[in-house]
Design a protein around this ligand. Sequence first.
Ligand SMILES: Nc1ncnc2c1ncn2[C@@H]1O[C@H](COP(=O)(O)OP(=O)(O)OP(=O)(O)O)[C@@H](O)[C@H]1O
Length: 563
Amino acid sequence: MSALARIIGLMRPLRWQMALGLALSVAASLANFGLLFLSGWLLAAAAVAGLGGIAARNAFNLFLPAVGVRFFATMRILARYLERLVTHDATLRLIGRVRAWSFERLAPQAPAILARQRSGDMLFRFVADTDRMGQFYLEVLLPICSAAICCVVSVAVVGAFSRSAALVLAVGLVACGGVLPGVAGALSARAMRRISQQHDAMHADLTEMLQGMGEFMFLGAGQAMQARIAEREADIRTERRRVALIEGGVRSAMTVITMTSALGVLAVADMAYGMGTLSAACLPMLALGGLAAFDVLIPLPAAWQLLGQVHVAAGRVFAQCDTPPCVPAPARPRSPEAPFDLSLSDIGLRYPGADHWALRHADLSVGQGEHVAVVGPSGAGKSTLVNLLFRFYDYQEGTARFGGVDLKDVDADIMARHISVVAQDFHLFQGSIRRNLGIACPSATEEAMWHALRVAQLHAFVQAEPDGLDTLIGEGGVRLSGGQARRLAIAQVVLRAPPWVILDEPTEGLDAGTERDLMAALMQVLPSRTTIVCITHNPAVAARMGRVVRVEGGRFHEAGRAP
Ligand SMILES: Nc1ncnc2c1ncn2[C@@H]1O[C@H](COP(=O)(O)OP(=O)(O)OP(=O)(O)O)[C@@H](O)[C@H]1O
């Protein structure tokens, strides 16, 4: 199915509102046509009656056409106003629907997509592309359909007075509304594609630059990046100029065709008048009506151009959303049950596109309540264990069971309810400490938050801040030190109190004293049935766990148990 057909599919629940918007748009445009058409007749008929002497003047009925003029004038304003209300509301709803639909499909793929793509790209897809898809109704479909209906009606109305005038008008309308915008769309397609690509790339560059501003400065790469962005901007400007030139040319041609058609209609009507088949008052009426009929074509060049952009945007979003998730959702999801023991048997996990196994012939059993340190050299497969447990990536070999059920029957959301992680690159959210704790546990009371901060050894810092729990921590927690950020993440885990906790280098960035206090407090406060898996390079932290498992070459080796 084509991308546009799929957008139309997403519009289904809004079809009645959209149809009402179209009806109002047609009503407003036809009212405009009717107003000029009738005004032309009224003025000319009044003039003819005025010249025709007293009898003609008395016989002329001004009242009925004047009512018609007022009716069309009022209807034009009212219908346009209502049309704006209905169509803009429908557009916002459509954008919301497209976003919700694509988010549902993109979210499960996020870890795998982010391993291949820049987060800026992903953000751009999600914000700008879905926005453009939402504009499809308002700025493409609505003007094209409305123009088509209005053109047919205006040709029919003109045809009721003079067939030849209607033919001239129809030719002009087809040239102006169909041929010219189509030609413009084809001529500017390449430039529009290029603008879209450069926009994408520039957005991703900018996001990357803002995220890694410090690193770019340290590496002395800031200027090169700025130059790259400036180059993209210059390219976009050049292409925009090209598009503007084409659009300007098309608009001028449209004006010429509009005027020529109106004159053509007048000339043909004049011939009919000469042959006595048309009254004099009809001449300005048909000429003005002919001119008004072209009004509905004004938005068409922009609509055709946007159509190309919508096609590209929708193609990208659908391609991304259609990528099969690297962990297929289970047909009948099951929930693990206590005791939440883990058993991995002969596991083989290879990342998508990787040529080597991250885990191979890996066996590991962890009973609920055990405290296990996972140690090993960099790249051995420690974080892969976390990815596997959270169902971010699927394993291709072996069997894995958690809480009595096969891991393949459990989806990521269910696993996240049973396991909390404090990872090396844990993300904190923009806003206050209270907000970050609230995201981890929406029902947490203020008292529980302070308790969690105490366990995480962060309460002294928060208490010293004038705003306490409402202290703002900045984007990604930039206003906290590495150690403070880690402790806030630990406070989140304390609030969630899940049966399993994975600590990925929990004390990195902390001094020896804080590290000792933090680990002691954590072990003390987490319920004894909580399993702790602690990934660490720190022998002192590993020594606090009851058991040490060493990962090497993608396999787990028992390296010692506390007596
Ligand atoms: N998303 C990914 N795509 C492809 N390969 C990956 C991906 N993530 C990790 N790998 C590879 O899998 C192997 C195991 O990586 P993993 O991140 O589990 O190591 P680690 O033991 O956690 O290392 P570190 O201690 O440095 O964090 C490595 O060879 C790594 O290059």
